[in-house]
Write a protein that binds this ligand. Structure first.
Ligand code: FAD
Length: 591
């Protein structure tokens, strides 16, 4: 039999407008955005979703679009030329045109600018080939310059990083990770030496000469980078932040093209994010300009991390959203045998299949409820209109959101692969790429364990104040809710969290507690937002209040295990258990 004569599988089609098809996001924006802002934002999201559908989707697809390093030319000269594909460059242009960074700095919708920006990023994740990675670092660098840059940096660089004009839009990288450790930059080996001929006192904007080796750089095709380098003694306090031109000796536009002593040593051979030019770089005598105060490098680059972590979290939920959309679209065309009735039915009419996808659907809904309100906090903070309590929540919850979303996304994408059976495992299906790409959200900008430690540091350093603010806010949401069993359950969860965080603030807690606390905060914060949504929907004609409560109920069921784990770990330090676990994982030989 010819293949054409055999059974023909029906091809699934994705909805024409991803925005209109994403109920959770639509409903959330209807609640959060004021009417006039919503009209502007929704019009832009719908137009962009159509643009994605009509052509952007296939750009930079496939191995031939991966970046490559040409180290020597045909005359035998060392050139170290990074070649990226036309598709990749087009994606960067689209990012600029669409204001993927610009929206956040134009601030046309005031404090809602970040909500607008991240909703747009969410829609694009499935088709963007992770161009959002360099965009996230560009966004972070722009914010650092806005906060700590010299007047010259603000007038000459900031507009290039945030413009929508593709003829002169720039991208920026973040040079933090070195071989001694990405999670811990305190052992940074790159050294910055003050250039001769500077004034008698050290000033932001002073010229330095950098020498070192950067182990991961994902914006290798960028125009500038923010780099950490050592200006003082050992440890983090000896690190300063620099603006490093990558295509010229000086950061002033128009200066002569050169690599400024930054050589691509090797391209990273990665599991995913393959269109992104991630490389190892050696830096030799590069000119760079001090950003902010000397010795404040780690504090200043934290501004970048708060933004890139938000991008990472939205990339995670964007991957889940796209994978779910593929799985449910396929369920609408694929017929299988219902073994209970003996009939052939669409997968979407098979309860066991629906139940298999339920966790992913709930995760997607909950992550949007965790992240969209957090992006509003960021927008408010950048406008200077947030209260100390809101600032504190933003600091506490950004690492929570990043790790919580990143750790769960790739697992959900895997479920969606299974939902397509053998087809799901094919390279031609976007699911394979989504799975590989979403894995990185567990690692870059901080792994789960490292971010869990960061959350505990925030609580400890603030002597529990960060949690007091959080709990006050959380209880006030529950107090203003209509009575519901979910609200009582959440109240109990907050007690468990509070018990654990008081131990953290005292500095005596089980070393396994931080990840459990992070998970509990992730579940609970998403739930609080879902409570607000359910109350609003119940009181708003045309909204689906009952469904919102139902989703919250089921989500709380998922949270149970994490909360029980936190409760268990908050009781004591479990030294004996730690020893046993060490044997289970590493064996006796290492004891
Ligand atoms: C594709 C890709 C692109 C990247 N692009 C960039 C880039 O553009 N710029 C940049 O600066 N970096 C970049 N990175 C680097 C990335 O940020 C680091 O890999 C990451 O921060 C982890 O650091 P590490 O690789 O040194 O791992 P390590 O820090 O060695 O971590 C190894 C393991 O130890 C655990 N661990 C480490 N410290 C602790 C601790 N204190 N407590 C508990 N557990 C701990 C971690 O959770 C992890 O499981 C990129 C990474 C990838 C994969």
């Amino acid at each position: 039999m010819k293949v054409e004569d055999s059974f023909q599988l029906e091809q699934y089609k994705l909805p024409k407008n991803v925005y209109d098809a994403t109920r959770s996001l639509n409903a959330l924006l209807r609640r959060i955005l004021p009417e006039s802002v919503r009209k502007t934002v929704e019009a832009d999201l719908r137009r962009f979703a159509k643009r994605i559908h009509d052509g952007v989707g296939r750009l930079a697809e496939g191995p031939h679009n991966e970046p490559r390093l040409v180290q020597y030319d045909h005359y035998g000269r060392r050139v170290d030329r990074l070649e990226t594909s036309e598709g990749w460059r087009k994606l960067k242009d689209i990012a600029a045109e669409e204001g993927i960074v610009g929206i956040a700095f134009e601030r046309q919708t005031g404090e809602y600018a970040r909500v607008h920006q991240f909703a747009k990023i969410y829609l694009w994740v499935g088709d963007s080939r992770v161009v959002g990675c360099p965009m996230s670092m560009t966004d972070g660098a722009a914010r650092v310059i806005e906060k700590y840059g010299t007047p010259l940096m603000k007038s000459s660089i900031l507009p290039l990083l945030t413009t929508r004009d593709t003829t002169h839009a720039w991208t920026a990288g973040q040079f933090m990770t070195e071989k001694p450790g990405g999670s811990d930059v305190s052992r940074t080996e790159t050294v910055a030496t003050r250039a001769p001929g500077q004034g008698s006192t050290i000033q932001p904007g002073d010229l330095y000469i950098l020498d070192g080796f950067k182990w991961f750089s994902s914006a290798t095709d960028g125009n500038v980078a923010l780099s950490l380098a050592r200006t003082g003694g050992p440890g983090s306090s000896g690190l300063s932040l620099f603006l490093l031109p990558l295509k010229a000796r000086s950061f002033l536009p128009g200066s002569e093209a050169s690599n400024n002593g930054v050589f691509v040593h090797r391209m990273k051979q990665k599991i995913g994010t393959r269109a992104v030019p991630t490389a190892e770089l050696s830096i030799t005598g590069a000119h760079a300009y001090l950003v902010g105060e000397l010795g404040q490098g780690v504090r200043n680059i934290a501004t970048v991390l708060n933004i890139t972590r938000m991008h990472s979290a939205f990339h995670a939920v964007g991957s889940v959203g796209r994978a779910l959309m593929i799985a449910t679209s396929y369920a609408g065309v694929r017929k299988v045998l219902n073994t209970n009735t003996g009939e052939y039915v669409l997968l979407q009419d098979l309860p066991i299949h629906t139940s298999f996808l339920l966790d992913t659907a709930l995760l997607h809904h909950a992550l949007l409820h965790l992240l969209i309100p957090l992006s509003l906090f960021l927008g408010k903070s950048e406008l200077g209109s947030s209260t100390p309590a809101e600032e504190s929540r933003l600091r506490l919850l950004t690492p929570v959101a990043k790790a919580f979303a990143g750790q769960r996304a790739s697992k959900s994408v895997q479920d969606c692969i299974e939902a397509l059976g053998g087809l799901g495992y094919m390279e031609e299906e976007p699911l394979s790429r989504l799975m590989r790409d979403s894995l990185v959200e567990r690692i870059w900008e901080g792994t789960g364990s490292v971010l869990a430690g960061d959350v505990c540091r925030v609580i400890g350093k603030s002597k529990h104040k960060a949690m007091d603010y959080y709990l006050e806010w959380a209880y006030s949401i529950l107090a203003s809710s209509t009575p519901h069993p979910s609200v009582s359950l959440l109240t109990a969860q907050l007690h468990t969290i509070s018990h654990a965080t008081h131990r953290v603030a005292k500095g005596s807690y089980d070393p396994r507690l931080p990840p459990a606390l992070l998970a509990a905060l992730g579940y609970t914060t998403a739930s609080l937002s879902m409570v607000q949504q359910a109350n609003w929907a119940s009181q708003t004609p045309g909204e689906e209040g009952e469904l919102e409560w139902e989703m919250l109920n089921r989500w709380l069921g998922k949270a149970g295990e994490s909360l029980r784990e936190l409760e268990r770990l908050a009781v004591g330090e479990g030294q004996k258990e730690l020893e046993v676990e060490r044997v289970i994982v590493h064996g006796r030989a290492k004891l």
